[in-house]
Design a protein around this ligand. Structure first.
Ligand code: CA
Length: 183
C-alpha cells in the first residue's frame, strides 16, 4: 500500500513539474513575442541611430534652440526633434564619413505635443556626390499628425557624400523633424 502511494506520488510529481515547465515556457515565449513586437514598433530609430553613429554628421541652416539642434533628427528618439525658428524655412544636411550608395530614406515628421506644435509639409531631398547634385526628390507630408509616423522615400541608389532636406512649406508654427534614417 505504501509502495503504491509512493508510486502515485512519483508519477504525479513529474507531471506537475512538466505542466509547470510548459506554463513557464509559454509565458517566456509570450514575453519574447511581445518584446519582438515592441522592438519592431518602437526600437527602429534606436537601431538606426546606433548604426549611423559616427558615420553621419548632421548640420542645419539654423535651429529653434540648442535642445532642438540638427542632431536631434538622428538621435534615435522620436520625442526629440530638430526645429527651425518660428515661421522660417531652412534645411538639414546629413554628411557621410565616406562615399556610399543612398537607396532610401525613412523620415518621421515632427510632432511636438506642446502648444508649439509644428511639422514639415513640403520638402525637397537633394542628394550630392561632392558638389554635384545626383538626385532631387520632392516630398509632401500631411503636416501635423496625432502620432509619429515613419515614412519611406525610395531614392535612386546613387553614390553620394551627403543628403540635404530643404524645407519648402511647414504646418503650425514652423518646421520640425523627429527622425531620419538613410539606407
Ligand atoms: Ca529624434
Amino acid at each position: 500500500m505504501l509502495g503504491l502511494v509512493v508510486d502515485q506520488d512519483r508519477d504525479a510529481k513529474p507531471r506537475r513539474g512538466r505542466r509547470g515547465v510548459d506554463t513557464r515556457r509559454k509565458r517566456v515565449v509570450l514575453a519574447l513575442q511581445i518584446a519582438i513586437l515592441a522592438l519592431a514598433l518602437f526600437a527602429a530609430p534606436i537601431t538606426d541611430c546606433i548604426r549611423d553613429r559616427g558615420r553621419i554628421t548632421v548640420t542645419a541652416s539654423s535651429s529653434y534652440a540648442p535642445e532642438f539642434d540638427a542632431e536631434m533628427a538622428m538621435d534615435g528618439v522620436l520625442d526629440t526633434e530638430w526645429c527651425l525658428p518660428d515661421n522660417s524655412l531652412g534645411y538639414i544636411e546629413f554628411a557621410f564619413a565616406s562615399s556610399r550608395r543612398v537607396n532610401s530614406l525613412d523620415i518621421t515628421n515632427g510632432h511636438n505635443t506642446t502648444y508649439k506644435d509644428r511639422a514639415i509639409k513640403k520638402a525637397r531631398i537633394v542628394v550630392y556626390n561632392g558638389d554635384k547634385v545626383v538626385e532631387k526628390h520632392e516630398l509632401e507630408l500631411p503636416g501635423i499628425e496625432q502620432q509619429h509616423k515613419r515614412r519611406r522615400v525610395r531614392l535612386g541608389g546613387h553614390r553620394a557624400t551627403r543628403l540635404k532636406i530643404e524645407v519648402l512649406e511647414f504646418a503650425g508654427l514652423g518646421s520640425a523633424l523627429s527622425e531620419v534614417a538613410i539606407y
